[in-house]
Design a protein around this ligand. Structure first.
Ligand code: PMV
Length: 359
């Protein structure tokens, strides 16, 4: 694995102060990543839709200081200092310091906000860490103006991955593959790459409505969940299945076979949760309303000859996926029926997006 490419050689410029703001999105996996080895290396390749509306906006103000032994930063979330978020970010800086040695030369003031409600059960680590990674790369670009945009995106994804695996898929869009796969050119365990083939027009502006079933803290974090894939009785066959599914979805995305898309995506979601239920110790993240919604979606699909389907991430919320030409009818269905199964009837309309934006 060529990680040396991410260790900067000569940083030519001397920058005293700099300020960068990035908006980076959340993403939803179609083929799931569940199981990893150190340092954040996936056990199988995964692919996600980049989202458009669910994002984090982060500003980092860098000001030069005497080089210190410890990374210095303050952290504000939605305008308030957040001591409790600091250990996770400090751990992230520790993991990237070898690749971003310049962070020891600056005091960083980080200001962050999410477009989605706090504690909505929507994982903010993908958008949050990719935003910090983009701010670091903006500084690196000022220190070394010779780096290319392609390198910036690749390294930002590499850095984000070290914070949270799925964050590696939040730099670009509309479809990103992370994990080495024989059928995906240039794919790597180290960073995400844009899906390299022409995608069928039916997937253009694909819709994702996120139904907020349960906004509470997850009973088992994804870090713990990933670790339970070590010694899991079905781990090896799951990793093989996921890689096979990635090959299949690559074809589907190119040929536009929505029926095949629906069955692959739903099977992936249920398999992810089946892995949780067959871990030792076992756990369940779905809630009764998650299942109510799934059953309603199946009924609606059968009755309306629709291509609606669902996916899940590591939680109880349901992502409802559907093509743009079904937007009016499915949105009615969500508002009139599915919203009743959401906490405080809350849901978020989103669609496929194109990745990080400098603000
Ligand atoms: O990036 P992590 O460590 O939070 O893991 C995310 C795993 C899933 O969201 C369940 C699946 C995925 O591929 O995003």
């Amino acid at each position: 694995m060529n990680t040396a490419q991410f260790i900067p050689e000569i940083l030519t410029e001397n920058i005293e102060k700099a300020n960068f703001t990035w908006q980076t999105p959340s993403n939803i996996a179609l083929v799931k990543y569940w199981g990893k080895s150190n340092p954040q290396m996936p056990k199988n390749a995964s692919i996600s839709f980049t989202l458009n509306n669910c994002h984090t906006i982060t500003t980092i103000a860098f000001s030069k200081i005497e080089r210190t032994a410890e990374v210095k930063f303050d952290l504000f979330f939605e305008g308030k200092e957040k001591e409790e978020f600091k250990p996770k970010i400090a751990e992230f800086f520790k993991r990237v310091q070898e690749y971003c040695p310049y962070i020891f030369n600056y005091k960083m003031t980080i200001n962050s906000e999410n477009s989605f409600p706090h504690s909505s059960g929507i994982a903010s680590s993908a958008s949050g860490l990719s935003a910090i990674a983009m701010c670091l790369m903006s500084l690196e670009n000022e220190l070394n103006p010779s780096i290319t945009q392609e390198f910036i995106n690749k390294k930002a994804s590499f850095l984000a991955r070290l914070g949270s695996g799925s964050a590696s898929r939040s730099i670009e869009g509309p479809l990103v593959v992370w994990g080495n796969h024989p059928e995906i050119a240039e794919s790597s365990d180290l960073f995400g790459v844009q899906f390299p083939y022409k995608v069928h027009s039916v997937f253009k502006n694909y819709q994702d409505a996120i139904l907020l079933v349960d906004k509470g803290e997850k009973v088992v974090s994804s870090t713990v969940g990933h670790n339970l894939m070590h010694n899991h009785p079905y781990a090896e066959s799951r990793f093989t299945q996921a890689n096979d599914n990635l090959g299949k979805i690559s074809e589907i995305l190119q040929n536009g076979d929505l029926e095949a898309f629906v069955s692959l995506v739903e099977s992936e979601a249920l398999t992810l949760h089946a892995m949780m239920m067959t871990s030792n110790p076992y756990f369940i993240l779905m809630k009764p309303n998650t299942l109510e919604i799934i059953n309603k979606i199946w009924k609606y699909r059968a009755e309306n000859k629709s291509n609606i389907c669902f996916t899940l991430d590591a939680g109880a919320n349901v992502h409802v996926l559907y093509p743009e030409n079904e937007k009016d009818s499915v949105n009615n269905f969500i508002e009139n029926e599915l919203a009743n199964y959401c906490q405080n009837k809350q849901f978020i309309y989103d669609s496929v997006g194109f990745g990080a934006k400098k603000i």
